[in-house]
Write a protein that binds this ligand. Sequence first.
Ligand code: HEC
Length: 212
Amino acid sequence: MPARGKDGISRRSAPTLWNVGFLDRLFWDGRAGSLEVQAQGPLFAADEMANTADGVVSTLESNAAYRHLFSVAFGRDEGKSISVKEVTSALAAFESSLVSLNSRYDRYAHGDSSSLSEQEVHGYNVFRGFVARCSQCHIPPLFASNDLAVVGAPPVPGAAYDLGAGGLQADAALTPSSAWRRAASPDRRARRRRRSRAVRSGGALPRCRAAR
Ligand code: HEC
């Protein structure tokens, strides 16, 4: 579901907030290294909340309850102004509390085999099996990792082409053209053959291909 902002729908969907406290690469392209930095994105982005540092501070300062609560939370004098740094720390603290610790999956993983239906167990086995290999990148228990990967999702019809992480890190490994070149290169084909041999002989799976 695309994120809705001030002037309509933004370019990318909002990632989940569940378990974000465990990640140190935020946004789909991994461009923020902390929740505090990430929080400044939507606050100030022209196509999201389009606020300014002064705007955020003055709105919060105009509310006596916020002035009081911020001074208590940050252990300081109420007369001192709220800062953007306090706002992003507060957002990061809240987001870090969103931990999915006791999902039905978690209970299953802890030995309660009745917490997933037979069909769900079958799906989980496909997910972690050699054929689908989803869990190579979606690593339990978070079903996420900090790695970026070229996953081959088709462009959104009608939308401007989105280079993802390749667009901002100038990292050749993440641009589609080089991904396609690699896919077609003899080196890549040899790796694939090695990989399928390893799988056929029951060997360990190679690590998920990911690039910085
Ligand atoms: C090569 C690593 C890799 C493998 C293997 C993989 N994924 Fe992903 N998956 C990703 C990445 C990276 C993303 C984030 C995509 C993006 O940036 O839009 C993602 C996103 C997703 C999402 C969207 C998550 C969200 O929060 O919106 C789902 C659902 C998903 N994958 C399911 C699967 C399933 C099911 C499989 C197995 C059939 C699978 N994935 C295999 C890397 C992988």
